[in-house]
Design a protein around this ligand. Structure first.
Ligand SMILES: Cc1ncc(C[n+]2csc(CCOP(=O)(O)OP(=O)(O)O)c2C)c(N)n1
Ligand code: SF4
Ligand SMILES: [Mg+2]
Length: 351
């Protein structure tokens, strides 16, 4: 701990631009990702935040956790609003009304705001080439309104609008690949990240912000409340998602795919699925089906990397090679929603 306090401030910006005291659930991986992203961006940033968990937990009037200029916008238009901010700044600078210099324009939203209802405005802003960064904080469902499915919910997950039963496996469709959709706009920079790998996340956000033109970062945001796992295994959950190939970390720079971590052998997806209440109903054959799909997608990604001429073997950091310690889930510590626990109330987030 002593050494940590000596070295950490040299490696990481000590400024906190999202203040503590917010109302995120215990073990929330999403607010951790927001915190790291803001550390990477520094104070010179204007954010438009679509409604969702990160807005609900941070801005209960009369208080706010945001120490940067922050605009709460609709579920559907974060990218349109930040496009306006970016264009207006350009005009004002040209007319000498504001000092010249770069301010990072950030649009952010959950998976619902990004891959469902805000997709049109995001696609427009990427296509028009605005100089902005979009970060999707993907907790794989509409969480603040009570865990409804989104197009980013993975196959087989149980949600309140995709409940499992005799005739239903839960979520019936495959997770939408938003990073690939962003990359299909031929923008300069796309990356995937996860708060279980903080240095990687911060490096990617910084790189994305410094790029001239649109950039997109898709962050897997572990959510103990919606995923129904113990609150003290958030970091392990993110690592398992990456190490099993369920959520590979990669970058697409000017169309060139680059894997962040390669693994000689992926972990079985069962290790990841079995720790979460949202997959508890899955039978072995369903888990095998998920395994096959993950293997297929992993090969697809590797072929994209190969097509881009990536020849050098990718170094696997020691942190990743070491077997992830996975604690058996203690039933008593889960955040499985019951009448008595703190599942986000439908009323709390209703907008
Ligand atoms: C047009 C519209 N439809 C529905 C809502 C209600 N609503 C607010 S946030 C939200 C879910 C947000 O999900 P996501 O973007 O994944 O963010 P999370 O809460 O999971 O962080 C919904 C359905 C709304 N505000 N506006
Ligand atoms: S519901 Fe999930 S994402 Fe939202 S604040 Fe709670 S843990 Fe974080
Ligand atoms: Mg969500």
């Amino acid at each position: 701990m002593e050494k940590f306090s000596i070295y950490a401030p040299r490696l990481v910006n000590p400024e906190e631009n999202i203040a503590p005291g917010h109302r995120a659930c215990i073990g929330c991986g999403e607010v951790l990702a927001v915190r790291y992203a803001l550390k990477a961006l520094g104070p010179n940033v204007i954010a438009a935040n679509a409604t969702g968990c990160m807005e609900i937990i941070s801005s209960c009037l009369p208080t706010t956790s945001w120490k940067i200029p922050w605009i709460h916008v609709l579920f559907e238009n974060a990218s349109a609003v930040i496009s306006g901010v970016e264009a207006a700044r350009k005009v004002l600078a040209r007319r000498g009304k504001i000092p010249p210099g770069r301010v990072f324009c950030l649009a952010m939203g959950g998976d619902g705001a990004t891959s469902d209802i805000g997709l049109q405005s995001l696609s427009g802003a990427l296509e028009r080439g605005h100089d902005f960064l979009y970060i999707c904080f993907d907790n794989e469902a509409y969480m603040n309104t009570g865990v409804q499915r989104s197009s980013s919910t993975p196959y087989g997950a149980s949600t309140t609008t995709a409940p499992p039963g005799k005739l239903s496996v839960g979520q019936w469709s495959q997770k939408k690949n938003m990073a690939a959709i962003a990359a299909a706009h031929n923008i300069p920079y796309v990356a995937t990240a996860c708060s279980s790998y903080p240095f990687d996340l911060m490096a990617k956000v910084k790189k994305a912000a410094e790029v001239k033109g649109p950039a997109y970062v898709h962050v897997l945001s572990v959510c103990p409340t919606g995923w129904r796992h113990a609150t003290d295994i958030t970091i392990q959950m993110g690592r398992l998602a990456v190490e099993s190939g369920i959520f590979p970390l990669y970058e697409v720079e000017n169309g060139r795919y680059k894997l962040t971590f390669d693994f000689p052998k992926l972990r079985p997806v069962k290790q990841y699925l079995k720790l979460q209440g949202r997959f508890r109903h899955l039978k072995d054959e369903e888990m095998d089906k998920i395994q096959k799909q993950v293997d297929k997608e992993w090969l697809k990604l590797k072929s994209l990397v190969g097509m881009a001429g990536e020849k050098k073997p990718i170094q696997v950091p020691a942190q990743v090679q070491a077997p992830a310690k996975v604690k058996a889930q203690k039933k008593t510590r889960t955040t499985r929603p019951t009448k008595k626990t703190s599942r986000p109330s439908r009323k709390r987030g209703r907008k």
